[in-house]
Design a protein around this ligand. Sequence first.
Ligand SMILES: [Fe+2]
Ligand SMILES: [Fe+2]
Length: 336
Amino acid sequence: MMYRGGVRLFSTLTARTASTEAAARILAGQTNRHLSTFLVRAPILGSRNRSTLALGGEKEQQREENVQTTGAAAAGGSGNKDEKRIVSYWGVEAPKVNKDDGSEWKWNCFRPWEAYEADLSIDLKKHHAPTTFSDKMALWTVKSLRWPTDLFFQRRYGCRAMMLETVAAVPGMVGGMLLHCKSLRRFEHSGGWIKALLEEAENERMHLMTFMEVAKPKWYERALVFAVQGVFFNAYFLGYLISPKFAHRMVGYLEEEAIHSYTEFLKELDKGNIENVPAPAIATDYWRLPPNSTLKDVVLVVRADEAHHRDVNHFASDIHYQGRQLRESPAPLGYH
Ligand SMILES: [Fe+2]
Ligand SMILES: [Fe+2]
């Protein structure tokens, strides 16, 4: 008993010391990296220390503490006093960060250093003219998908954008995952392409998080997303295994269609058929938009993102067309 007790005391102390040092290192790293633009506040060490002591024989008390509410932030945003926060002794609380104006950064789904200003000067009219049978097939596949999409959504562009982003965020994740597995299997570098494709998936998901704020999905639209994701994920997974050249080309054409859709969206906004509401807060923070931005500004930056995805995917397909592997050409990381 003495021995076990001794071990537990030693482990507990070690864990506390190590986690405190780790937290200090994390804090120091974050502070060095972001002090110039953002204020970073320390994780709540007090609550962790208290929980660590609970390991010494106050398990019931710890259980109660672990579910206690302390207000403050949770999943997507903050400020709701009803939201619960989990108290833990593991020392992995995210440091609090503030915006330039001193207000609290309220998004846990992305941090200030992931926000960026979109490059609106990108050429929106670039098009890859299909020459090979594979390219023509890719273009035909995308064009054939547009017909039912037009029929279903017609001119409800907000809803259309939201629904299409649920599909657009899939290829980057699937491609990134398959390249990740390939890198592990073959003991080789990826040339940054895993990260580039995962960045694309994350960017597309942020488009979805944005359009969710202006168009709430109905139950049958949620059901449709469920079904389409089941089919599209598996189809793209197989397609990418068989021919990444075709898969990237098809996404390139999908992005060309997305540019077209967002251009139509902008026309409807200009005509006044869609109300140009204030930009959602998540969008002004993610794209670093001015505070008085509107939905039109959001659609402009999203369309620019789609043009970047178009370039990345056509480029990836071109690499394969030249008989090379993606890793042989550095990936355009951070290409927004
Ligand atoms: Fe998108
Ligand atoms: Fe896209």
